[in-house]
Design a protein around this ligand. Structure first.
Ligand code: UD1
Length: 418
């Protein structure tokens, strides 16, 4: 199993370009099923989760080619509507295929999705909403079997703004007769990107980025559909957190600064000099960071849960105490014990973590507990005195495109060992 070896203590300097967003490309790949033809998607990151999504598309009978950051999906030959258990367990996002398979085939069969261990991650909101649109759902022995009656658009009130449920409803609703209205929809930028793709494919979807999204179903789709994925706001935020912790000055380019303003605001509060211009954010680290007001994870545009662990790794080195409050997932502090191995001072009580800054972190042998927890390990290891070994990095590869190359290009001493 591969691992990362990091000799910490080098400041980071230079410019880096953000990759396409993982959380955009995955639902968009699922959406390519809908038009039954050719889809050309640009700015695709090379991630383990992207390869898992491609494996699902190929299993379904789609032709997929991936080269030079562009994925071409031809869904004309799709002749299956099931996803086998091994592919479902690869990632949580495999559940996003449910809505489009139903829209295209009128039936679907899959097991429960896998993904990061962040506490219980139910899919009740997805299934409730789909059944309201006319899908008959049977759950037995971990398998979900769906048959569509006449699909009829209607109003769906989400009890919480789930990103995945919003996407599944948008995708299934393209095949419903009449209008579907999602009330309390997720407002994440990736939902807007999915809407852009669907509009290019001829679907009538409006309202992404606001609380209400409307889908006028049963409209003929178009092909070929060509789209470029938005930049990854969490990857951009991770680079900045790393520079804040390790020192130096970096510029993240070809990104959308407004998408992660909640993170840059806190980095500025911690003493970093931040300059935002057009499609880039420049950060210069201070001599010593200081603690910031409580960090409370919230749905977009609040502070993203996915940036909680990288920012925590940074603030392990800040003077004073910062309180983190995780409000999206029940169990998203598994990285804390690993950070403590490197000398961090963190106390976790339920959904709250109290981080008291230390003078320095010491290199250690640590593991990536999950995707973003793994990113936190990289941030901490880059800033630590002496060498660290990070294991279980397949978690990191799910969401970061060759993380070691990105940081090595900024001057870090980081290598992957097979
Ligand atoms: C997406 C992101 C993930 C991010 C998360 C929250 C993708 C591929 N992944 O995950 O990176 O951390 O949003 O911003 O886009 N919930 C239910 N029932 C459901 C669905 C969700 O109770 O049917 C709960 C979840 O347990 C969680 C909360 O709602 O507590 C938010 O989850 P959701 O927004 O659905 O996250 P994902 O779409 O899984």
């Amino acid at each position: 199993m591969s691992r990362l070896i990091v000799n910490g203590g080098n400041p980071l300097n230079g410019s880096i370009r953000a990759n396409g967003a993982k959380n955009s490309i995955l639902p968009i790949l699922a959406a390519t099923i809908i038009n039954g033809g050719e889809n050309i998607i640009h700015n695709c990151p090379d991630l383990k989760d992207v390869h898992s999504a491609i494996a699902i598309l190929r299993h379904l009978g789609c032709r997929v080619e991936y080269s030079g950051g562009t994925i071409v999906v031809d869904s004309a030959g799709m002749d299956r509507w099931d996803i086998p258990d091994d592919l479902m367990r690869e990632m949580r996002s495999s559940v996003i295929f449910l809505g489009p398979i139903l829209a295209r085939c009128g039936k679907a069969r899959m097991t429960y999705p896998g993904g990061c261990e962040l506490g219980p991650r139910p899919i009740d909101l997805h299934l409730d909403a789909l059944s309201k649109l006319g899908v008959h759902i049977q759950e037995e022995g971990g398998e979900i079997t769906c048959e569509c009656g006449p699909l009829q658009g209607r109003q769906i009130n989400l009890s919480l703004p789930s990103v995945g449920a919003t996407e599944n409803i948008m995708l299934c609703a393209t095949a419903c007769q009449g209008t579907t209205r999602i009330v309390n929809a997720a407002r994440e930028p990736e939902i807007w990107d999915l809407q852009q793709f669907l509009q290019k494919a001829g679907a009538q979807v409006q309202g992404a980025g606001q609380h209400d999204i409307t889908i006028q179903g049963g409209v003929p789709t178009r092909q070929p559909t060509e789209h470029s994925v938005i930049p990854d706001r969490i990857e951009s935020a991770t680079y900045l957190c790393a520079c804040a912790a390790a020192g130096g000055e970096i510029c993240v380019q070809q990104t959308i600064p407004a998408h992660f303003a909640a993170v840059t605001e806190l980095l500025a509060e911690s003493g970093c000099q931040i300059q935002v211009g057009g499609q880039e954010v420049r950060l210069r680290a201070p001599g010593r960071l200081h603690s910031v007001r409580p960090v409370r994870t919230m749905p977009y545009p609040g502070f993203p849960t996915d940036a909680q662990s990288p920012l925590m790794a940074t603030l392990c080195l800040a003077q004073g105490t910062t309180m983190f409050s995780e409000n999206i997932f029940e169990s998203r502090y598994r990285h804390c014990a690993e950070l403590c191995r490197m000398g961090a001072d963190i106390r976790v009580e339920g959904r709250v973590a109290l981080v008291t800054g230390v003078d320095h972190l010491t290199g250690a042998s640590v593991k990536a507990t999950d995707l973003r927890g793994g990113a936190a390990m990289v941030v901490a290891a880059l800033a630590a005195q002496s060498a660290s070994e990070i294991t279980q990095i397949d978690h990191i590869d799910r969401g970061y495109d060759h993380i070691e190359r990105a940081f090595a290009a900024l001057g870090a001493d980081i290598k992957r060992q097979a």
